[in-house]
Design a protein around this ligand. Structure first.
Ligand code: TXA
Ligand code: MG
Length: 348
């Protein structure tokens, strides 16, 4: 596909025509950009797998603009599912439910279940409304690469591979939706996101984390991966990513020691001033990326994917990222970073 059309947010009708024609359209959401096609058209959905180079056994999420559309896609929506939908939809959550026969098997990769998401991003909502059909969409990136959270990044990933890209803003949350299996009354979190375990627990006290999320590295675990997609390589920039565990002072020391023009340091705002004062190298500190305050990890979540990609654009060979406490949104951020660093961990 040589020609990818760039569409503004005023051109959603054109985007919808492409979808109706069986084409592929990239659209912004509040989590990450999505690569969409008509979920009811097998031939259109096939194009998603080709554009991403995605393994056929990794199911897609279906996006709807109205929560009530869920009932057209599933035959069983139990009370836990209803509670979660009421509390968190529209928003960054995906509910895995039993699929009905309206959904072609290619979408669910042959599974009996399907993930349903109702995005809150106004462009996404309007786009799906204009299409008049549910939109199957994975994250808009080449399989294995980092999910795109800005218009710039998504163009870099998919220009020439899709029919159109809708221009949106930077994504508000920056990591993909929380995936929750609600096929049983006790829901199980398969992928943590900005709707955290703690937030869901307030609504459904017996919610569980899938066992594969609780241990260390996925590869070392005996449990089956929580969802098919989780066994694949993920979130990998070209640069080597290292996760650095340690106390503030030790991390500062380490960063000072490692600071050179080939290395990129992700740092909390609080640390940057100290670092600048103590560092003798590179007064412009272009290799230091500000991941926001340690006290508000939502900023780190929002920036993390775009910074992993920026480090590649900027030509760094190595990235050091401080580990954070694995609770609330920190748990979701660490879930992504553990995959990104592929087990390369430095303990100070
Ligand atoms: O925020 C998001 O969820 C973004 C935006 C575009 O909506 N989408 C997204 O899709 O992240 P994707 O395909 O990159 O990730 C979907 C994840 C995969 O790990 C997949 O294996 C899992 O959800 N999944 C999809 N359907 C499933 C099912 N029926 N059972 C278990 N896991 C499922
Ligand atoms: Mg993805």
């Amino acid at each position: 596909m040589e020609d990818t059309k760039i569409l503004s947010r005023e051109e959603l009708k054109n985007a919808a025509l492409i979808i109706k024609d069986g084409g592929t359209v990239v659209f912004p959401t509040e989590t990450v950009y999505g690569l969409g096609a008509n979920a009811f058209l097998e031939k259109a959905v096939e194009k998603i797998f080709i554009a991403k180079g995605r393994p056929q056994d990794n199911p897609l999420i279906i996006h709807i603009s109205d929560i009530n559309d869920i009932y057209n896609l599933t035959y069983d929506f139990n009370s836990s599912a209803q509670k979660l939908a009421e509390k968190f939809m529209p928003g960054p959550i995906t509910l895995v439910v039993y699929k009905n026969d309206n959904i072609p098997d290619i979408v669910s990769a042959g599974l009996k279940t399907v993930g349903i998401r109702c995005p809150s991003n106004p462009i996404a909502k309007k786009f799906i409304e204009e299409c008049g059909c549910p939109i199957a969409a994975p994250s808009a990136n080449i399989s294995g690469s980092v999910s795109a959270t800005s218009f710039f990044d998504v163009k870099d990933e998919l220009m020439g591979r899709v029919d159109a890209i809708i221009e949106g803003d930077n994504c508000d949350f920056g990591i993909e939706s929380t995936v929750v299996d609600v096929t049983k009354e006790s829901p199980v979190i398969l992928r943590p996101g900005s709707i955290t375990f703690e937030m869901i627990k307030e609504v459904i006290p017996d919610v569980k984390l899938h066992p594969s999320l609780v241990g260390e590295r996925l590869e070392n675990m005996k449990e089956k991966p929580a969802s098919p997609g989780m066994k694949y390589k993920h979130y990998s920039p070209k640069a080597e990513v290292y996760m650095v565990y340690g106390e503030y002072e030790k991390i500062l020391e380490w960063f000072l020691k490692k600071n050179n023009e080939n290395k990129c340091l992700f740092m909390f705002s609080e640390l940057i001033e100290d670092f600048k004062n103590k560092s003798s190298l590179d007064k412009n500190k272009k290799n230091v990326y500000d991941i926001g305050s340690e006290k508000n990890l939502n900023i780190m979540a929002q920036k993390i994917f775009s910074y992993l990609k920026k480090a590649d654009y900027d030509g760094y060979k190595t990235i050091y990222i401080p580990a954070v406490e694995e609770k609330n949104i920190g748990f979701s951020v660490m879930n992504r970073l553990k995959k990104s660093c592929g087990g390369k961990v430095i303990k100070l």
